[in-house]
Design a protein around this ligand. Structure first.
Ligand SMILES: [Zn+2]
Length: 66
């Protein structure tokens, strides 16, 4: 019996974005956690969230001005 296991809700509550300390939410269509603050998307590998800024996908390249 396969199937993906959803991340534990309690785990999600304690996870924060290391870049902005925002809360994260689980994406439904892809494996990942999206920060509600800065929009970075953190990968989930083997069911374990990888909360590292250098591993995160940055939101909409080009949207930020320098
Ligand atoms: Zn963030």
């Amino acid at each position: 019996m396969g199937g993906m296991m959803a991340l534990d809700a309690e785990l999600l509550e304690i996870l924060i974005c290391p870049a902005c300390q925002g809360g994260v939410r689980e994406l439904e269509q892809e494996q990942g956690l999206e920060c509600g603050g800065c929009g970075r998307i953190y990968p989930v590998r083997d069911g374990i969230p990888v909360m590292l800024v250098e591993e995160a996908s940055e939101p909409t390249p080009g949207a930020q001005k320098d």
